[in-house]
Unconditional design. Structure first.
Ligand code: PLP
Length: 421
């Protein structure tokens, strides 16, 4: 019998999936080498087909926060599956998870479950456009909101500008109403409102950016977005698909004390299963069908297995002190990495996520993030992988901690980073 290897499976996968993967970053394109094919996860660790144990900082791209195979989640899923878990009709499980979300996020007066973060943001924008009767949206360079056409826009030349399609297959018309500003640049957004305020339906933002690596909002940034959207009658959408239950119980809106009109969620609220949700002000959400004229639907939305997994996670996260533990460990890891990589890299951290940037100081926007030494990151990535530590295979992604990343894992990570110096 042939033993499976990572290289062998990747070769086979390349004959089946574009690039051998079902989501591009998994292919290791930015760092080179062969992706690991994982067969098992437990706590902070994954095991690949060759039997190698990997300390995992990908954590399903932030979706897993209790650790892999957390017993309460496994039990909840098994029970839901055992009950025959019918999707497509209402079930009480939807109310359980929604109740937990609303307890953490009082701004979410009404919500709707969908099956991915992409759908959540796409739908929130549709609601904002319907409610305001305006076409344009403002997004920020370096923020990712899923792969819906209008959001696959990059900035053209100039400070704040009309978005250009960022992917083949997206017609220029699809991003015609997407305005792109630099992250952390409230003045650029003010300019956009001064010139096009009557057309802007919404500002959509990752309140802590995590898709150019972790980029923290500067103190004036989110308050300015809140003030401008109020002043011009536009909708403020926080895309908390990553930050939702990761940077605090109650997400970035709780951490920074800014209340958006609509919030998009995903990842953690599904306990590692496919999920998304959008919600917020009641008057806005009442635009959604069947109550209002905004059409949005989903065959498997609110799936009882997903709802049960998500509720099991949020119940654990509601325990007092959980976020203090996550924050303390992530801060300790960040401090250790700063020491270990002194002079080579800088670290940005918020709650249970961080990024090591191969540049002297953490970036404030996409342009600064792009100045990172991506070759140095790739070398660091492989040096850590050789020591059994799996980092995100790109400079421009966040590292995610779980509750299972205890002091021992933090210490082992810092020690490995020291060895790479
Ligand atoms: N919004 C943010 C901030 C994300 O990070 C992502 C995915 O990483 C999405 C939206 C899209 O979510 P999904 O991949 O579930 O469609």
């Amino acid at each position: 019998m042939r033993t499976a290897t990572n290289a062998g499976l990747f070769e086979r996968a390349r004959q089946i999936f574009p690039g051998g993967v079902n989501s591009p970053v998994r292919a290791f394109g930015a760092v080179g080498g062969t992706p690991r094919f994982v067969v098992r996860g437990e706590g902070a660790y994954l095991w690949d087909v060759e039997g190698a144990r990997l300390l995992d900082y990908i954590a399903s791209w932030g979706a897993v926060i209790l650790g892999h195979g957390a017993p309460p989640v496994v039990e909840a899923v098994q029970q839901a599956v055992g009950q025959g878990a019918a999707a497509g009709v209402p079930s009480p499980a939807e109310l359980d998870l929604a109740g937990l979300i609303q307890a953490a996020l009082p701004s979410v007066e009404r919500l709707r479950f969908v099956s991915s973060g992409t759908e959540a943001v796409m739908s929130a924008i549709r609601v904002a456009r319907a409610a305001t009767g305006r076409p344009a949206i403002v997004k920020f360079a370096g923020c990712y909101h899923g792969h819906a056409d209008p959001l696959l826009a990059r900035s053209g030349s100039g400070v704040a500008t009309l978005g250009l399609p960022d992917s083949a297959g997206v017609p220029a018309e699809a991003t015609r109403h997407t305005l792109v500003a630099p992250y952390n640049d409230a003045e650029a957004v003010a300019d956009l409102f001064r010139t096009a305020g009557d057309h802007i339906a919404a500002v959509v933002v990752e309140p802590v950016a995590a898709n150019m690596g972790v980029v923290l909002p500067q103190p004036d940034f989110l308050p300015a977005l809140r003030e401008l959207t109020w002043r011009y009658g536009a909708v403020l959408i926080f895309d908390e698909v990553i930050t939702g239950f990761r940077v605090a119980w109650g997400g970035a809106q709780r951490r920074y004390g800014i209340t958006p009109d609509l919030t998009c969620l995903g990842k953690v609220i599904g306990g590692g299963l496919p999920v998304g949700a959008y919600g917020g002000r009641r008057d806005l959400m009442e635009q959604v069908a069947p109550l209002g004229p905004v059409y949005q639907a989903g065959t498997l939305a609110g799936h009882p297995v997903v709802m049960a997994a998500g509720a099991a996670v949020l119940r654990r996260l509601a325990d007092p002190g959980v976020y203090d533990v996550l924050e303390a460990r992530a801060s300790r890891l960040a401090a250790g990495l700063r020491r270990a990589l002194d002079g080579r890299a800088s670290v940005a951290q918020a709650g249970a996520m961080l990024t090591v940037f191969f540049r002297p100081a953490p970036p404030l926007d996409d342009a600064q993030a792009r100045q990172c030494d991506t070759r140095a990151y790739a070398a660091f990535f492989h040096a850590m992988l050789a020591r059994g530590i799996l980092l995100p295979p790109s400079q421009f992604e966040a590292w995610f901690l779980t509750l299972a990343h205890a002091d021992e894992e933090v210490a082992a990570t810092v020690a490995a980073a020291e060895e790479t110096a």
